[in-house]
Design a protein. Structure first.
Length: 676
């Protein structure tokens, strides 16, 4: 798939961007190169991608490079590394002083600049001119001694035009120019000073733009470059859309990200997935061009792309999430986009195919993955492939039957919230018996001997099975903690945490589940876990302890479901996750029974009758059978996937609480979020 990027503007830009794409790819795949750029970024206020571009361009120029505004030398070192490799040199102008920068402060800028250059062994190819911009021209003329400058870089805020006018006489006719803070999403006051000056020179024909490194640093060349006479040809011969690049329908974009606005998405080749931002710690080497001009910032959150556009984009999982550089939706602006990764490139034109109704590569499937594709064990590669369902209805029937006292749906470990059942949950967690009973009555085990038939009722408390949790938690483990019960159902874990001294927010989409939980908890809310990520930032990192019991694996996309749940946990807070293991729930018995339930039984009455038929003599356990059968998705999750989730979303190594349980049907997992 080595396609020519035939919408580049000039030979110089094409050579640079091909080399830049390869260097980005190398920085993502070679540990030594990655470490070098990481060390470089520690002394720079510029993004790592811009530093990689500086090194790449300096290596190509191979002659004299002039930089205005070195500060402590982050970009200077990047330029020096490239210049040294090509036998070139860097002249950098810095007036010195002190600057209390919030991230990289300096009490002696020139001393820190020299130290950083020396630390990277670049003092032989970098010359420092200590001067302000007003008096630097003569010293620069002496240092150059007739040589011309092939690359001019300016990081001088409002002094750009002044710096450009000073340097103009020393530049080669085809010199490359880089101007920082051309776009500054987080410092608009800098952009307001720089962008109008640059745009004025472009309009006057003195500069020709190639785009913006990391969407922030303007890059281009003097004059009109080598593109004269080609404008009409480029605009009339845009690449046609390729068959293997499909736009993702807008309903899927909204479903996956929770955002719309200016956000659009296109499927990428499956082999590009390993380079995505979520796989490389936001270091995807993918570059995006709009009509041949580099846009960005790359690695942008979906919400930023949706809300601010401006050409921002992200390579996330198997798709490119992008916006146009103007305010128009990409399918309306008649522009061609090029995604470039390493030595591969793909061209696509959103206006050439409809956004709505397109069938993307690895398209969503209306088939049930378990019945039709024999996919029962979840793999993160399936993320984005399957449709959402009516989750408000998925568990509501069983909570309604519980509230109505239906046989098999009450007096069950999986749902009951009365005192003795909560006592059992507390004992499973802490090994402390009859905790609630003693709080209420001051004596041990009053229920066994005196209430509702005594021993017979105690036996019924075992229906549904016991948890095998080790090690046990101290009885005061949750006291004073702020907790959230995501997918609270009828509220058994909410009530358990309340009894143990926590404050709890209970969220679910089931009407009857929330009605049950509201009997003992005031803080209940109808909220889908898929809305936590995009619509409820107030819940992000707001809780000391999050419990998500039996929910994630019953969704269309467990990866995104877990990501949203993980957002609620504070740094150094904890998450208790229960998901099905690839044992019982992956068996032929479960899969075939679920297929009959969904394909042959149309009414709820028919389905409930089938539940009791399947339960047989185990009728008192009917809720477990309905819970197993009724979900559209019934994924099982393996240990390595859980470990991958923990690492990806900022948790330490997860602890499997029931690891020693024989024939376990589920994983009970505790994980702690790493401190920020």
């Amino acid at each position: 798939m080595n396609l020519a990027v035939d919408c580049m503007q000039s030979d110089a830009s094409r050579r640079f961007f091909e080399a830049y794409a390869k260097e980005l790819h190398l920085a993502a795949t070679d540990a030594d190169v990655r470490r070098w750029y990481a060390a470089n970024a520690e002394i720079s206020m510029c993004h790592r991608d811009m530093l990689i571009g500086s090194t790449t361009l300096a290596r190509q120029i191979g002659g004299v490079i002039v930089e205005f505004g070195a500060y402590v030398g982050g970009t200077t070192v990047a330029l020096g590394r490239g210049a040294k490799a090509a036998g070139g040199r860097v002249i950098t102008i810095e007036k010195g002083g002190a600057y209390d920068h919030p991230v990289i402060p300096s009490t002696d800028i020139l001393a820190d600049l020299r130290d950083n250059i020396a630390a990277h062994d670049l003092q032989d190819c970098i010359t420092i001119i200590e001067s302000d911009y007003q008096s630097v021209a003569e010293r620069l003329r002496e240092e150059l001694a007739g040589e011309k400058v092939g690359l001019f870089l300016v990081d001088a805020d409002r002094h750009f035009e002044q710096s450009f006018n000073i340097a103009r006489e020393f530049l080669l006719p085809d010199a490359i120019v880089m101007i920082d803070d051309y776009r500054a999403p987080f410092a608009p006051e800098k952009e307001e000073l720089t962008k109008p000056q640059v745009d004025g020179l472009v309009a006057a024909g003195e500069l020709t733009g190639w785009g913006a490194l990391y969407g922030v640093t303007w890059i281009g060349e003097l004059g009109g470059g080598d593109q004269a006479g080609t404008e009409d040809k480029r605009s009339s011969e845009k690449p046609r859309p390729l068959d293997d690049v499909e736009l993702v329908p807008m309903d899927e974009v909204v479903r996956i990200t929770g955002s719309s606005g200016m956000l659009r998405a296109a499927r990428l080749p499956s082999e590009w997935r390993q380079m995505a931002d979520d796989e490389t710690d936001s270091a995807s080497p993918l570059l995006l061009f709009e009509d041949g001009k580099l846009v960005g910032p790359a690695h942008s959150p979906h919400k930023l792309v949706a809300d601010h556009g401006g050409g921002s984009y992200s390579h996330w999982r198997d798709a490119l999430w992008f916006s146009s550089s103007d305010t128009l939706p990409p399918e309306l602006n008649n522009r061609t986009y090029t995604a470039m990764l390493g030595d591969q490139a793909l061209n696509f034109c959103p206006s050439g195919k409809p956004m709505h109704g397109a069938q993307p590569l690895n398209a969503r499937s209306s088939k049930n993955p378990h019945f039709d594709d024999d996919l029962v064990v979840w793999d993160d590669a399936y993320s984005g492939r399957y449709d959402s369902v009516s989750y408000d209805e998925q568990f509501d029937g069983q909570w309604k039957l519980f509230l109505e006292g239906q046989e098999g749906f009450v007096e069950h470990t999986g749902v009951d919230t009365s005192d003795e059942y909560i006592d059992d949950r507390i004992r499973e967690l802490t090994d402390v018996p009859e905790y609630v009973s003693r709080k209420r009555f001051g004596i041990l085990t009053p229920f066994v001997m005196t209430v509702n038939g005594g021993r017979k009722r105690a036996e019924r408390r075992g229906v549904g099975g016991r948890l095998h949790i080790e090690p046990k938690f101290p009885i005061d483990y949750w006291r004073g903690k702020r907790c959230i019960d995501v997918g609270c159902g009828a509220g058994r874990w909410t009530r358990t945490l309340l009894e143990l001294g926590a404050t709890v927010k209970s969220v679910d989409v089931s009407e009857h589940g929330l009605k049950s939980t509201a009997r003992f908890n005031r803080d209940v809310e109808n909220l889908s876990l898929f809305d936590i990520g995009s619509k409820r930032p107030d819940l992000h990192e707001a809780f000391d302890f999050t419990i998500c019991w039996g929910v994630v694996m019953c969704t269309h996309d467990p990866l995104i479901a877990f990501e949203n749940v993980a957002k609620t946990v504070k740094p150094d807070g904890e998450l208790y996750l229960m998901v099905y293991a690839p044992t019982y729930h992956a068996s032929e018995f479960v899969t075939s029974a679920r297929k009959r339930y969904h394909r042959d039984k149309m009414t709820f009455e028919e389905r409930l009758a089938f539940v009791y038929e399947l339960a047989g003599d185990d009728r008192a356990n009917a809720i477990n059978y309905l819970d197993m059968l009724n979900t559209e998705y019934n994924w099982t999750i393996d240990v390595e996937t859980i470990r991958g989730w923990a690492q990806k979303f900022g948790f330490s190594e997860p602890h499997f609480l029931n690891e020693a349980e024989p024939h376990k049907g589920a994983h009970h997992v505790m994980m702690r979020k790493r401190p920020s």
